[in-house]
Design a protein around this ligand. Structure first.
Ligand code: ZN
Length: 304
């Protein structure tokens, strides 16, 4: 089963609990895929290396590898710590040179970015970001993170955006919960992540009834953040992914609440009339991350 004319790309979706690796060219052409638990950096990256080595034996040399990882991380190719995970509460991963661990085995372009920037690029290439110049992809799961595609390219800036850690209005008489962020307590991730829902209510979000008070509170916090992002980045669309972000009953509450908070100030039909398409679920569903990593690889390859 040798590869034909078009080159294959490697993609890594590096999550805090699991890694997904794939080889292919896009949603309709995945030649192989594997998922495994995130353990130590050495063991986890060795599994990724083994997978890509096996695929190269079957299909020939890959054109490039795109790696979208949990952060914080250093995505700046000119920095001495490019390819490193930066200080993180995740045991063993602080200052792990994860790109170096790949580079020891593969002499091809390896592009490193945040999992959410990669997912944004995947949505731009094949999903709900198609044709847009500026939009954001926000994942709300165990944690919260956002990627931004701004005027035709992924936004990095000083390091990379940290949309999950913006401060939020927090009315402690209504919600006395202190928040779960180890750095800030009651930032967006501290108040609205899947972990915060579980800690606040003593039950996992997936087990809470649709009419549980958790969801109006959740919609309020998310809407507050989305209003902030609408004002600051001026996205043409906001794509909400992740296990909590993709709950069907939550989306209409978030849409209505965001529209209310903005209160007509942004004079655009996208928000005033079409909030259902302004804030939307990903076109690629749960596949934005791994397909996004392939999109990152594709952009980096010489003929990609
Ligand atoms: Zn925080």
């Amino acid at each position: 089963m040798k590869n034909n004319s078009s080159p294959l790309y490697g993609g890594i979706e590096g999550g805090g609990t699991k890694f997904v690796c794939a080889v292919g060219t896009g949603p309709n052409n995945i030649q192989a895929e594997v998922r495994f638990q995130t353990t130590s950096p050495e063991e986890t990256m060795a599994q990724a290396v083994d997978f890509f080595k096996q695929q190269e034996a079957a299909f020939g040399k890959l054109a490039s590898i795109g790696f979208g990882s949990f952060g914080p991380l250093d995505p700046n190719p000119d920095s001495p710590t490019y390819g490193y995970i930066l200080p993180t509460p995740k045991p063993g991963w602080t200052n792990a040179n994860v790109v170096g661990m790949l580079r020891n085995h593969f002499d091809i372009p390896i592009i490193f970015d945040t999992d959410v920037n990669a997912a944004a690029l995947g949505e731009w290439q094949w999903g709900k970001g198609q044709g847009l110049g500026t939009f954001i992809y926000l994942t709300i799961g165990t944690g919260i993170g956002g990627g931004a595609y701004v005027e035709g390219k992924l936004l990095h800036g000083l390091v990379h955006p940290e949309m999950g850690h913006i401060p939020l209005p927090h009315d402690k008489s209504k919600d006395p919960f202190e928040g779960v962020c180890p750095f800030h307590g009651d930032c967006l991730e501290g108040l609205a992540s899947g972990l915060s829902i579980e800690k606040r209510w003593g039950r996992r979000g997936a087990s809470l009834e649709v009419d549980h008070p958790a969801w109006d509170l959740e919609a309020e916090y998310i809407a507050s953040a989305l209003a902030t992002f609408s004002y600051t980045i001026s996205p043409e669309r906001i794509i909400l992914g992740g296990g909590v972000g993709q709950l069907p009953h939550l989306l209409p509450r978030i849409q209505q609440r965001t529209q209310k908070l903005i209160n007509g100030y942004i004079k655009s039909a996208a928000i005033l009339e079409n909030i259902e398409t302004y804030i939307t679920h990903p076109g690629l569903g749960n596949r934005s991350g791994v397909l996004g990593a392939l999109a990152v690889a594709k952009q980096a390859a010489p003929d990609g």
